[in-house]
Design a protein around this ligand. Sequence first.
Ligand SMILES: [Mg+2]
Length: 161
Amino acid sequence: MLVILDGDGTLWSGDVLAGYLTTPLHQIDENTIVDHQGKKICLKEEAREVLEKLHEKNIFVALASQNRKLPVIALLRRLQLTPYFNFLEVSWTEKDEMIQNILEIFEKKGRDPGKIFFVDDFAYNLEIVEASPGLSHVICINASELDSLKDLLDIVGTQTE
Ligand SMILES: [Mg+2]
């Protein structure tokens, strides 16, 4: 199983998109980061727990974020989230192409990712993935329609049986 997660608005939210954070970043508390200009980003309440649970279940986890890469990497490091991600797709590429890139890595290694979930809060991103002929097997979840990010564990969990 592979869960591909968007960053801004899905895993975290704040004053700026993560790609526009100015380094150095400072950690205020476990889930809050402030950048050089005083802009804040907060990890969503259940995000860390969800990432931990997915990791425990040996589910592959990818970040697919349309952003400048270096500030996003700095944010993940500062929040100590890097170990939870098997793949980091951070660029200005469209989400369907990011997912294709991740799936190509599996193909090259001759591995089957199993069921694939894509979670994003922006309808356009979900639509382009749903419309992509090569990605019809990807299960799209609108993060903005979830009451809590933890609901994701139930959705993913029921799919394993
Ligand atoms: Mg988003």
